[in-house]
Design a binder for this molecule. Structure first.
Ligand code: GTR
Length: 395
């Protein structure tokens, strides 16, 4: 009887929590964002050197310690092996390589499985889109028997870019009981501290190891590698771009809470909710901010700012209020002061653009697509336009 009652109350609390999410703009609480340009000792940063030497490292450390965790910098060895190669894939249009990247530290190693297509019609090293795949592996099918909007490889190849992907499970299984079974086996000390990285950090780390490999692949222009992620993958893509300044550009698709959307708006998913549903994504320290966003020394506009001066493109979908489209746009707006230090004005207007209208000719791109939480052909087409704008093809 008592047990039955407990289950009843647990269900009741879960339902009450689900209903507690706010979708009403009028109920967004008043909030003040931390000033991205104000140092911990109260100085206002006015130029690039002060940003790069003082404030940027400070903000980066705040994100590491409070949210995404430390990013291990050392390992002993990185080797790679092409396990499958098809030079005339996609009816002769692309060169497929499946590559196993092995990272070793001490007596432990972790394998990353990369799928990579490069376009055959381009005769020099090409820029590449790298997707952090958080959905089924069939979405990045190397045989192309299955084609998915989530990774429209043919479209990207025809546009003259390489297209690559790895699955998040290589970095960390997306499960609260087994997330330690990926690359965290190499860094067990991370599990013992409150600012240790967990799954999202591990996925970003894995993206960087793929970039290490790209630097050795003569078909890839490793100075132009664009990291792409959807939703939880979009959170990881942002963190990868922040941590690893070799990534030339970041595409964050519907990344929402603890991605591109402002936490303090408490619109859609909240910190409490994300930490409860996904305790294995962020640091233990992040739990301190459950129902306590105002205490955070950062907000997500500062994450975007850490990517400056490199371009960032963020998206939303109209039926995905959970990921707070307006809060995402406001992050971009509030990251602008740092881009301005680099004389890279975005020209964003204070209000978000109309539905399905993409902001392309800007250092900060954005669109809010009609439809549901997903990564679609519309999104990719605009990613390609944004890449073409920032890296126009010569000749
Ligand atoms: C949801 C989660 C979001 C987002 C999404 C996804 O359940 O609340 O933060 O990560 O999953 O990855 O599709």
């Amino acid at each position: 009887m008592i047990k039955g009652l407990n289950i009843f109350f647990a269900i009741f609390i879960l339902i009450a929590r689900a209903q507690a999410q706010n979708y009403d703009e009028a109920k967004v609480p008043a909030y003040t964002l931390p000033d991205v340009l104000k140092t911990s000792d109260g100085q206002l940063v006015k130029n690039k050197p002060d940003w790069e030497k003082k404030r940027r490292p400070e903000v980066l450390t705040l994100f590491e310690n409070n949210i995404y965790g430390q990013m291990p910098k050392t390992f002993d060895n990185l080797t790679y092996k092409v396990t499958n190669e098809v030079k005339d894939a996609m009816n002769g249009k692309a060169h497929l390589k499946e590559v196993t990247i092995t990272v070793t530290k001490g007596n432990k190693s972790a394998d990353i499985h990369l799928v990579l297509f490069t376009p055959n019609h381009v005769k020099k090293p090409v820029p590449a889109f790298l997707l952090i795949n958080n959905r089924g592996k069939e979405n990045t099918d190397p045989t192309r028997a299955t084609k998915s909007e989530f990774w429209p490889a043919e479209t990207v190849i025809e546009s003259g870019y390489a297209v690559a992907a790895f699955h998040v499970s290589d970095g960390a299984p997306d499960n609260k009981n087994t997330y330690q079974d990926g690359i965290l086996r190499l860094y067990p000390e991370q599990l013992e501290t409150d600012n240790g990285m967990k799954a999202i950090g591990a996925w970003a780390w894995t993206a960087s190891r793929v970039l290490d490999y790209f630097q050795k692949d003569k078909n890839i222009d490793a100075k132009k590698v664009f990291v792409v992620g959807h939703s939880r993958g979009g959170k990881a893509a942002l963190w990868a771009g922040v941590q690893d300044q070799r990534f030339a550009m970041v595409f964050s698709n519907c990344s929402g809470n603890t991605g591109a959307a402002l936490a303090r708006r408490r619109f859609g998913e909240t910190i409490t909710r994300i930490n409860t549903s996904f305790p294995h994504w962020f640091t233990n320290n992040y739990k301190k901010y459950n129902d306590n966003e105002a205490a955070l020394p950062v907000d997500q506009h500062m994450l975007i700012a850490l990517i400056a001066p490199r371009p960032v493109y963020a998206t939303n979908a109209t039926k995905d209020l959970w990921a707070d489209p307006k809060g995402t746009y406001l992050s971009l707006i509030n990251a602008q002061p740092v881009y301005a230090l680099y004389k890279k004005p975005s020209g964003l207007s204070p209000e978000p653009p109309a539905i399905n209208t993409a902001i392309i000719n800007s250092i900060l791109g954005y669109h809010n697509r009609e439809g549901i939480h997903n990564l679609t052909t519309f999104d990719w087409q605009n990613f390609i336009r944004f890449a073409n704008y920032h890296y126009p093809k010569k000749g």
